[in-house]
Design a protein around this ligand. Sequence first.
Ligand code: MG
Length: 365
Amino acid sequence: MKITDIRFGMLRVPLKTPFKTALRTVEQVEDVVVTIHTDTGHIGYGEAPATAVITGDTHGSIIEAIQKYIAPRILGQDIANLNRITQLIQNALEKNSSAKAAVEIAVYDLFGQLYDAPLYKMLGGGDPVVTTDITISVDYIDKMVADSVKAVERGFESLKIKVGKDIGIDLERIKAIYAAVEDRALLRLDVNQGWTAKQAVYALQSLEDAGVRLELVEQPVKAQDLEGLKFVTERVHTPIMADESVFGPTQVIELIRMRAADIINIKLMKTGGISNAIYIADIAGMYQVECMIGCMLETSISVAAAVHVAVAKANVITKIDLDGPSLCAFNPVDGGVIFNESEISITDAPGLGIREIRGLEPIAS
Ligand code: MG
């Protein structure tokens, strides 16, 4: 099974409700889909969103990085040589983690198809069912409370609450949501870099004193501020998770060495795909550091890949934040991972099991 061609498409899916964080507001998923074609007729699927404010990747940069740097290195390669291909992808150029992720996901999809096994089995196997949380966008307090109650009624047992706008109002938001769903759902707080280290310590200590129990707090301070993250982690009981502060395995080693956070959020778009996500899970596992697996605004192509990784590394990846597909107004993908609100399960289909993508607009290349 040799790689003969790499093609691009654009996939646009409206969101059920606008996605609002401290960093941005998004109305629809708009992702580059990468298809890798082979001499056996098998097709591998990958996907990457433009997340300029986090990874720096744009649609244009994703396509150009693949066309000009990654594709020329991997065309003609045999899918059986997976490790060789992932190295070629990772070393093709600096950064561009989302472009690398899209290509790696398609290559791993083909690797599963080559051996006629679902990807998670090729990664070591596991129980093919996981439970995800859902994002509650930052908004007026009443709206956030209503959205939280609605999510609980849809069966979600973990809510990821976006805050980080104004610390005074953030505290009111969190207390109101906690009061509304206290016994029915765990709360994960995502500050998206919105607070300073001192503000974070003040906010979390006052929530702790008020009896508000949070499962974790994600990225309270700026991505570059590892010292600040450590400052917060040392001063509160609530577990602190690093997201935008860590992309790849070497940053994870530094974070663990510094004890700057308690939990690490792995996202394929930050790691540059599956190979580094596995390194991170294994490194974290060696130090008994738990991981979450998350996603950007992605559909069930790249999120499916994250589900396979989560299942295979379930000993370390104990928290699942793969709500991209359930935020979409419809599922454009007919495939091997079933997204049913909070419950996600994998079928026995080979690779990622993708049969069809509806509404994919070809991009001339
Ligand atoms: Mg986050």
